[in-house]
Structure formats: C-alpha cells, structure tokens
Design a binder for this molecule. Structure first.
Ligand code: AR6
Length: 175
C-alpha cells in the first residue's frame, strides 16, 4: 500500500482511475472537471448524461461518488465526486471526507489498483488546501487500514504547484 503526492496534471497521470472534482449536475464545469472533460473527449459528457437520465436523475449528492469510463484519458475510469462548497456554507469536514472514502469504495468495486485524487473542494469550492490535504490523507489512510486486502493500494494526490505539494507532504508526514 502506498500514498504519495506529486505535482502534475491529473488528466495525464498513468493510473487506473482519476477522481473528478465535479458538481452535482455531473455535466462538466471549470477547474479539474473542465480539464478532465476536455481531455477525455465528448463521450465523457455523453456518459454523464446517461447517468443523469438513469441512475442519477437528481444529480450526484455532495460527498458521493460514481464512475464512468475515462475514454481518451490514459486512465480507465473517471470517478466523479462532489465536494462541499464552502461558499455555500458547506463546511462539514465529514462531507469532504466522504468524497475520498466513497471514491475509494467505488474504486474497490471496479477492482482498480491505482487511483489519483485532486485537491477536491480546494479550488472553486473554496476550502483551504491545508484542510483538504489533512482530510484527504486521514480519510485515505483510514480507508486503506480498514481494507487491507482491497484494491486500490496505490493512492496518489496530484496537485498543480509546489505549495500544494508541500501541504500534502506535511499531511502525509503526520502520524
Ligand atoms: N490537475 C490537478 N489539479 C488541478 C487541475 C489539474 N488539471 N486543475 C485544477 N486543479 P476545482 P472544486 C486543482 O476548482 O474546488 C468546477 O467548476 C486546483 O488548483 O477543480 O472541488 C466543477 O464543475 C484545486 O487545488 O474543484 C465544480 O463546479 C483543485 O484542483 C467546482 O469547480 C480543485 O479545484 C468544483 O470545485
């Protein structure tokens, strides 16, 4: 089992599943969501529309996760999750923790070996990166400890700059 942080573009990472910091509508947006849709191609939006027309008519709840194929990305799967939006008063850390735990649950159902997360909610949704890093690492560490036999065992956090990398590094270094 391993957890690590790296600077990079989530759309170019060679992992089995990348996590998308989506919104409840599941129909694309800016930030990571926009980058993933642009790189994965229009079939990703079609797959998301299918979810909206079938299993997710009301969209995806904050803290939940759902997978689609990744189409033109190097990854096989996109696991879409919806972080809490601090600008709308969504300040419950449990909701953010749930994004990571549910994404790992979905990854386990798909039997993927490796998964890459962005700093969910640390962009447009306004959460401080220090809180996101701490919650991401604590939750993933807890999940891995509770599921010693399950996939994925390779969990990566992919961030855009050195400051974010240092913050995740500090969180990873805490017991
Ligand atoms: N690779 C890795 N990290 C990235 C990339 C990338 N290509 N692009 C941005 N980041 P955000 P949120 C970082 O705003 O806060 C969208 O419009 C970014 O620097 O993507 O959960 C959705 O549709 C930041 O640290 O996600 C939603 O409406 C982190 O990824 C809303 O934004 C998350 O930033 C979701 O907001």
């Amino acid at each position: 089992m391993s957890m690590s942080v790296e600077i990079g573009d989530l759309t170019r990472v060679e992992v089995d599943a990348v996590v998308n910091a989506a919104n409840s509508m599941l129909l694309g947006g800016g930030g990571v969501d926009g980058a993933i849709h642009a790189a994965a191609g229009p079939r990703l939006l079609e797959a998301c529309r299918r979810l909206r027309n079938t299993t997710h008519r009301d969209g995806l709840e904050v803290g939940d996760a759902v997978a689609t194929p990744a189409f033109d990305l190097p990854a096989s799967w996109v696991i879409h999750t919806v972080g809490p939006n601090l600008h709308r008063g969504q300040d419950d850390p449990a909701r953010l923790a749930s994004c990571f735990a549910r994404s790992l649950d979905v990854a386990a159902e798909l039997d993927v070996r490796s998964i890459a997360f962005p700093a969910v909610s640390a962009g447009a949704y306004g959460w401080p990166i220090t809180d996101v890093a701490r919650i991401a690492v604590m939750t993933s560490r807890g999940w891995l400890a509770e599921h010693p036999e399950a996939s994925p065992q390779d969990v990566r956090f992919v961030v855009l700059d050195e400051r974010a990398r240092d913050v995740f590094d500090a969180a990873l270094g805490m017991a």
